[in-house]
Structure formats: structure tokens, C-alpha cells
Ligand binder design. Sequence first.
Ligand SMILES: [Zn+2]
Length: 456
Amino acid sequence: MIKALLATAALLLATPALAAPDRIAATRDKALKDDVAWDIVEGLTTEIGQRLAGTEAEARARDWAVAKLKALGFANVHVEPFQMDVWRRGEGSAEVISPFSQKLILAALGTSPATPPEGITAEVVGFPSLAALEAVPDGALKGKIAFVWHRMVPTQDGSGYGPFGDVRRKGPALASRKGAVAIVIRSAGTDYHRNPHVGATDFGTATPIPAAALALPDSDQLERILKRGKPVTLHLLLTPHVTPNGTSGNVVAEVPGRDPNAGVILIGGHLDSWDLGTGAIDDGAGVAIMTAAAKQIMDASRPLHTIRVVWFGAEEEGGYGGDAYGACHKAEKHYLTGESDFGADNVWKVDTRVLDPKAPAIVALKEALLPLGIEPGANKAHGGEDVGPIAKIAGVPIIDMRQNGLRYFDIHHTPDDTLDKIDPAQLRQNVAAWTTMLAVAAESTEVLGPVAGDAN
Ligand SMILES: [Zn+2]
């Protein structure tokens, strides 16, 4: 008898703990009635609005976040500040001078320098793709304005943003190396409103040149004008400016766990946004979803693992908040991580990045997500700009909840990124998905990592 009891005890010790399936299901279903996420994204976009990284608006948003997280009952609410050069957009305008005089709608890309005060007037050389621009010899565009008119199409998984986003991310540096005095690109977007899609570009070691994104109809217009075969002259005026040594920061809040040695579950989104809209889908929704999910768990019972929610600063300008978090917290034990930064439409697939995707905790998670319409995916989650750095440094296991991206790039980084684009029912489904993840992971003692290799 004693032998049998000892054997049972040994088995209990060896078998990782896991929350009961009915309890996970009840927590998930309660989260489908969540109002906290909507309250956060409605409040943040109404009371703060746009939150350009490093600016006074982002600072007010941090104060707002601290007050909100404390009011919701989170512990250890604080800001972890970091320094950055602050880029501000200024004005942007463009006009075809010849052969058909007319204005075009565009906006400067993040990190773009200004044109001279009188603007730049130069001949336009067009390219259908980044590869076509890359193919011309260095120096070939001396004195010209480069124009790339790639075609991005909507996809459920948003995969077009990799290659077409590269036109924005890498095109300006490439055009600079080719000798161009400026570059305009077709926005990395999929709508046909006269809205430019902005976003950061990286000049690396190239000399920065004025760079801007045209609204899609205006890009099509410029392409048609070029295809008439006559030389096209464009006048471009951009007035961005940079102030060095500004302050951004990550806002951190916790649901303290029962076991301080169990490792932190890190979830988050980014607080900063581009300045044209109010940062509702990018990424007010993300911080709202994650905070609401953590609150669901906090209200249910005290979790085994500490749940840490981070509203990251300055993601858009180059992932400064994620880098700062990784550098600051790399020595700390992290059990699992995930971020929400792809709008507020339904989650349709869950990807993991764990040692063993067949581990009981991961199987339990995938089963509990099925009633939300979420299918099991691959073991190749990558996190994102915010949790990616800590995941990469420390081999932290990752969960990605893949959201429907079919309309995301209609809105992303445009003046149209506003609250009305968020469907409250789909927002709740996101909260339920992440709550389910936390309900499983926060009670799990299963070893999920470290996972080696580059998380991104
Ligand atoms: Zn984002």
C-alpha cells in the first residue's frame, strides 16, 4: 500500500501540472463577454489619440496607461523609460510639373529627412518592383526621383507585408545608393482611398534621401502618366525634423503569481502609433486585448506564473521598446511569450514555438481554442517586434494567435486607423483566445523551452 502511494506521489511529481479542461473552457467562455478591451481601446484613442514615438503624445499615453492599469487592479505598474531620437512628420506635398500638371497625395516615411525648403524638382524614373530598382547600376539615378509601383494584394495571413513592406523598408536606401535625390513609393497597402500608408524606412549606411509613400490611386496615376512615354517632372516638398535625446518607455504591469520561481509569462502590444490616425488597430487593440486577457485571469484566481503585460513604446520607429525590454530583462526567467499586433479581427490559427508541440499543455491549448474557430498551426511562431528580442536572447517559447489579415492593410498606418474599424465581437474573440492561452499556461509546469535559434 505504502509502496503504491509512493509510486503515485512520484508520478504526481513527475507529471507536469495542468489546469482542468472544464475550468479552461469556463474561463474562455467568460472572456467572450469581455468589455475591458473595448473600454481600453475606446479610452486610449479618444482621450489620447495618435501616439507618435518619443513625443509628448506618447508620454501622455504612458500616464494614461499607468492610471488605467492601476485602476484595473494590476500590481507593480511602472514605466521603464529609454532614450531615442524623435522624428516628426511636418508637411508633405507633391506635384507633377510636366507633362500633366497636378497634385499627388503622399506622406513622408518615418526617418525620412526633409527636402530643401524650396523642395526638390526632378525627373521621375519608375520601377515596377524593388528588384527592378536593384538591377540598375549604382549612380544610374543621379539627380532623379525614383518611383516604385509594386502591387501588394490582401492575404489572410498578411504575408504580402514581407516582400511589399520591403519596398518601404529597403527601397529608399537602395535608391540613395543608385544616386537618386528622393524616392516615392506606392504605399504598402491594399485599399483605394486617397490615403498614404506611412511606416519607417531604414537607410542603414546609405545617405538618407527624402522618401514618401503615395496613396494607391495617386501611385496608379503617376504610373499611367509615366507610361505615356514623355519625361515626367515632379516637385516634392517634405519637412520632417528630428529632435535628439527624446524619451519613450515601456509601461509594465503584473498579475503576481503564486510561485516567483516559475517564470514570467510575458504578453503585450505597442502603445505608440503613427500620427495620421488614432492608432486603434495598430496597436491600441493589441494592448487592449492582452490587458483584458490578463484581467480575466486575475479575476478568476491567482495564477501559478506571474503574468506580465507590457505596453511597449516606440515599436513603429524600429522596435526600440522590444530591444529595451530584452536588454533589461534578459537575465529573468520567462516561461512563455506572445504579442498582439495585427489589428482586431478574428484569430483563425494558433502557431507555437516550443520544444515539443505535442506536449500536453500545448495539446490542451489547441483543443480549448477549437470552439473559437481557431485551428492548430505550425511550430514556427515568431512573436514580433516587441517580444521578439527577449525571445531571441533567452530562447523564450512563443505563442502566435494569427488574426485575419484580409482588411488589415486597407487601414494599417493610414488616417483611417480609427476606432470605428474595430468590430467589438471580433475584439472579444481575440480576448477569449489569449485568455485561453493564459488559462492553460499560467497553471502549467511543463517545460516548454528554451527554444534555440532566431525567433524572427
Ligand atoms: Zn503595430
